[in-house]
Design a protein around this ligand. Structure first.
Ligand SMILES: [Zn+2]
Length: 164
């Protein structure tokens, strides 16, 4: 260091010149797009909504503003019932933190009535045991009370067996 002009910085001095404290004002609005925004706002009201494509006739759920089969914008909003069919399910004996649990968490994909084939949403199942759930079982959404809803898919607590 002696052959260079100036003076070497100590570790403490180095911290002063390489660090900066800054409190950014990160105020911003975030949009999840026209279709997903409407879908989430309808969940807050306790309703399920999809989009219909008039060309192929499909009811797309969750909704999309563009039909990937017809390669054109979708045409119409369509309300759907909060009932459906168990397409897939799994009983997990591990919780979210990978701890072993005795009562399994039931999750799976539900095909909502009125939506086209191969569409569904993933959610919890409740008010039934792992032995009672089957492929093709009819289920219905159990909604949180209106004042607890936030515009999230968790505004539905779980899907329970549909009473006929
Ligand atoms: Zn289409």
């Amino acid at each position: 260091m002696e052959k260079y002009p100036g003076e070497a910085l100590s570790s403490e001095e180095m911290k002063k010149v390489t660090q900066e404290k800054w409190s950014p004002r990160v105020k911003y609005a975030w949009s999840c797009g026209e279709a997903m925004s409407r879908f989430l706002n309808e969940l807050k009201k306790g309703k399920l909504i999809g989009r219909k494509c008039h060309t192929c006739g499909r009811v797309i759920f969750p909704p999309k503003m563009f039909c990937e089969i017809c390669f054109k914008p979708t045409d119409e909003w369509v309300y759907l019932p909060d009932t459906g069919t168990v397409m897939t399910y799994s009983a997990s004996y591990l919780d979210k933190d990978a701890n072993r649990i005795t009562e399994p968490i039931l999750v799976g994909v539900i095909a909502i009535d009125g939506a086209s084939e191969d569409m569904g949403i993933m959610h919890y199942f409740g008010e039934m045991t792992a032995d009672e759930i089957t492929f093709g079982k009819k289920v219905q959404a159990v909604w949180k009370p209106e004042k607890e809803r936030t515009g999230s898919v968790t505004d539905i607590k779980w899907f329970k067996p549909l009473k006929e």
